[in-house]
Design a protein around this ligand. Sequence first.
Ligand SMILES: Cc1ncc(COP(=O)(O)O)c(C=O)c1O
Ligand SMILES: N[C@@H](CCCC[NH3+])C(=O)O
Length: 439
Amino acid sequence: MFLHGTSKVNDKGHLEIGGVDTVEMISEFGTPVYVYDVALIRERARGFRKTFEKLGVNSQVAYASKAFSTIAMIQLAEQEGLSLDVVSGGELYTALCAKFPVKRIHFHGNNKSREELLMALEYEIGCIVVDNFYELNLLDELCKEKQAKMDILLRVTPGIEAHTHDYILTGQEDSKFGFDLQNGQADTAVKKALDSENLNLLGIHCHIGSQIFETTGFILAARKIFAKLHEWSNTYRFASEVLNLGGGFGIRYTEEDAPIPAAQYVEEIILEVKEQAQAFNMKVPEIWIEPGRSLVGDAGTTLYQIGSRKEVPNVRNYLAVDGGMSDNIRPALYEAKYEAILANRPLDQVEETVSIAGKCCESGDMLIWDLPLPKAGQNDILAVFCTGAYGYSMANNYNRIPRPPVVFVEDGQAQLVVRRETFDDIVHLDVPLMEQIKK
Ligand SMILES: Cc1ncc(COP(=O)(O)O)c(C=O)c1O
Ligand SMILES: N[C@@H](CCCC[NH3+])C(=O)O
């Protein structure tokens, strides 16, 4: 069976996570519900940090909060000594509500608004990762207006096609993100940043994509960046204090996925950076990384109640659950694959192959195709594994379905960290028609 972290089958023959019986848990929290194995998140965070410590490199491991941004998760990131990557005013606001140390917040995004940049300046966050010339000019202007100085990184696109789904590729030349490293844009951006009295160019950032299984892309990116750093140290006397190589480390969603261990990604990246620095006779910069999925992905499990069943003779059997693309859009968006079991009787014999449908009014709302399961029905709970990254954070109210709650489990304790949305929550932003336009 495909179990992660503290997940196991307990004496009652139920799936247990973090010492909490998932079947008992749903009588308190209902379904669907996202359950997070806190010990596993801690283990992943410590794994990244320890690897840097072992190799004696100054570093920041910034949790990419887009993967799962809630106050409790950000507090957990803080407890584990992580830094934080945010990409919008909303994510920054969540971090501020969590009282995350502002100097360890890095602000990303390819179209930050004036208001978002002002917010970053007002709260004096650690740094802004500048993505384009529009932002470079705007930030310079705002800093001048506010008489503030801001540390920045410049995001570059190194022209690398990592092997992953097209929609989650970001390092290739034809990308909406970053300054192109090859065509002179990055050179101009470095010059402009260095010329600005309001900006302090700390270093360079690049992120080549997500759910990547090899280190080749990261290594190629580091090499291309070092060649440029060497050039810029000659032409502009610029020495990059920081090199941020982004996130994107792949995880094991199904038995077929074979990512390398997180520590190995980091070790290989560090060794390459050290080698490049030595080759160009440069100081080894601080190395920053931004894992999202690899910190929280396999720590998340979604529990659903099974409902209707439809049999299409000689074609397939559908089992529908009480959630779907509203709480996990990844299968519909990226054809993402997941594994699942029955939480209430995980050890029962497999009897059939079924396809798991969501409840949204959309044929594409399928969570898993062709899943081997015991014969299941209305009294069963389906546990879908590895939903911790980009599940809750990409959840939506399609068909006005309320978003599920989030529960953290650790050492036998379950804590609600996001409550279930209610129908009232769903309509509370609606404004009824004005009297005069009522017919
Ligand atoms: C700039 C940046 N950093 C970090 C991440 C986190 O990626 P992942 O969740 O794959 O680690 C992303 C998302 O792809 C990103 O765009
Ligand atoms: N949301 C994507 C990853 C994109 C990450 C953000 N750049 C996923 O679920 O895989």
